[in-house]
Design a protein around this ligand. Structure first.
Ligand SMILES: [Zn+2]
Length: 131
């Protein structure tokens, strides 16, 4: 599992402050309806329903691929997805880097959107983690 690179720093502990929802990894995948994907094992043309391996190159007909960070991030748009290193806990939301009144008003839209999608009222999550 990949973690957003901006989340990690060189120091042994880092703090974070996110406005959003907190969920376990598998719950996020469920809500986003992301599951393992069946993709062609090579580019050759043959009947993949009948042969398990490619007659030309010998690769598997199908490869099962778990969703990666990119897939999850894409499904979370317009919000961002974070996962705490070495835990199951994930966050979907936005960084609070604009603490002007306009920035805070914009969080209302974020709140509505996240609540509709994830059935959880977003709040500020902050803490420290060790990397
Ligand atoms: Zn092949």
């Amino acid at each position: 599992m990949k973690t957003r690179s901006g989340f990690v720093s060189n120091s042994s502990s880092s703090s974070f402050c996110i406005f959003g929802i907190e969920m376990q990894y598998k719950q996020v995948l469920e809500i986003l309806q992301l599951g393992p994907q069946k993709i062609a094992g090579c580019k050759h043309e043959f009947n993949r329903e009948e042969a398990n391996f490619c007659p030309e190159c010998g690769k598997k007909a199908w490869i099962i691929e778990q969703p990666g960070w990119d897939d999850i991030q894409k499904a979370c748009e317009p919000w961002e997805f974070w996962q705490l290193p070495e835990t199951d806990w994930c966050y979907v939301g936005t960084h609070i880097d604009d603490s002007t009144i306009e920035g805070l008003v914009a969080l209302q839209e974020t709140t509505k959107g996240l609540e509709t999608k994830f059935k959880q009222i977003p709040k500020v999550h902050s803490g420290e983690y060790y990397s």
